[in-house]
Design a protein around this ligand. Structure first.
Ligand SMILES: Nc1ncnc2c1ncn2[C@@H]1O[C@H](COP(=O)(O)OP(=O)(O)O)[C@@H](O)[C@H]1O
Ligand SMILES: [Mg+2]
Length: 354
């Protein structure tokens, strides 16, 4: 898919902008705090109706304003769809496909697919387990939008079960209630677990494939740490009652990122970790492409920081070869070789894109 034109009004520090975007890889360069990430975030917002940085939606509206609008045209083959999202302070985003109002995010997701890389992703991939679960869940959701509801159903059952366990532990409820509820819990847990395992296998293969090209000769892989099975769940019942919490389930799933023979979390350098994170995002994009037959837009924020010249070149070459439309930001234009720039070069200055 291709973005042909992006028009923004009062989006973060961008008061007004209308830009035709060429296909291929385009560079957005400028000093810190000028609006490079904000511009990328506008594309993410058009894709998913939410901010790129985990903040409240209303922060997206320019400080002096009471509403924002973002619109684009998404081209898929011969079809070009106008897409607009407007949002007033304190209200939900209003999405339109052409003239038609779209009532739910679920109906919208998939219309414009983008995959974003940003430095903050390091905290997800190499921080505590919930970050990695979030990355895995995002991937599941990209491939199977109904997964979002399955996950919510499971998390609701988990909260209820933990409540019940505390009652049983404190003698306020009998184990009978618990065993009938566990049927519901298990069904939901298995549904989530099944999707995660299937997607994880594909993600691992895509990640290895990307790393073969961008890893500079170092092999990398993902290793699952999924401890859940119906048997292990049932076997933990006494422990669950004793602690008043569910100790076995998909909510404890995790995985590690292996760099060479070792766990990258402990052994990879900052720059090596960055390459691993970029490769993880590119693997997500690759999967979407394979499964959905759609070439997602790549949003690569601050691609040049911390990554050395050869790492940068390998990543840029990979992106150019795949031919996705890619928006890359950098503070130093010289760090992106001319031959990698198959689209345009834009300077970002004080919220203006020149
Ligand atoms: N809602 C907003 N309204 C106006 N300015 C904003 C808003 N949110 C962030 N900013 C400003 O945007 C700038 C950051 O832009 P950003 O795109 O992150 O910079 P960079 O070019 O370094 O990526 C900061 O100066 C910040 O104060
Ligand atoms: Mg930035």
């Amino acid at each position: 898919m291709l973005l042909e034109q992006v028009t923004l009004r009062n989006f973060r520090n961008i008061r007004e902008c209308s830009l035709s975007l060429p296909p291929g890889l385009s560079v957005f360069w400028g000093e810190n705090g000028q609006g490079k990430t904000n511009f990328l975030e506008s594309i993410y917002f058009l894709s998913y109706g939410r901010p790129l940085r985990g903040e409240s939606l209303s922060r997206l509206i320019r400080w002096e304003s009471s509403s924002l609008s973002a619109s684009t045209r998404v081209r898929k083959g011969e079809v070009s769809l106008p897409l607009t999202i407007t949002m007033k302070k304190g209200e939900k985003p209003e999405i339109r496909h052409g003239e038609r109002r779209v009532n739910s995010l679920r109906e919208h997701i998939g219309t414009l697919v983008s995959v974003a890389f940003q430095g903050e992703d390091g905290k997800l991939l190499f921080g505590p387990p919930p970050g990695r679960r979030k990355l895995l869940d995002q991937t599941c959701y990209l491939l199977k939008p109904s997964y979002g509801e399955e996950l919510l159903d499971f998390l609701r059952a988990l909260r209820q079960r933990n409540g019940l366990l505390k009652l049983v532990r404190d003698g306020e409820a009998g184990t009978g209630v618990l065993s009938s509820f566990d049927q519901v819990f298990l069904e939901r847990a298995e549904r989530v677990s099944r999707v995660r395992r299937e997607v994880f296998g594909k993600l691992r293969r895509a990640f290895e494939e990307v790393m073969e090209e961008v890893g500079g000769g170092v092999r990398a892989t993902l290793k699952e740490k999924f401890g859940f099975s119906p048997e292990s769940f049932r076997g933990a019942l006494d422990e669950d009652i004793r602690t008043g919490t569910t100790t076995v389930g998909p909510h404890r799933d995790d995985f590690s990122v292996f760099y060479g023979e070792r766990d990258g979390r402990h052994y990879a350098s900052t720059g090596q970790k960055r390459v691993l994170i970029i490769a993880f995002r590119l693997a997500q994009a690759l999967l979407v492409e394979e499964e959905k037959k759609e070439n997602p837009i790549l949003l690569l924020d601050d691609l040049t920081s911390e990554v050395d010249a050869s790492g940068r070149e390998r990543v840029l070459e990979f992106v150019c070869r795949r031919g996705n439309q890619a928006l890359v930001t950098t503070t130093d234009r010289k760090l992106i070789p001319e031959r990698a720039v198959t689209g345009g070069v834009f300077q970002v200055c004080g919220g203006q894109i020149l």
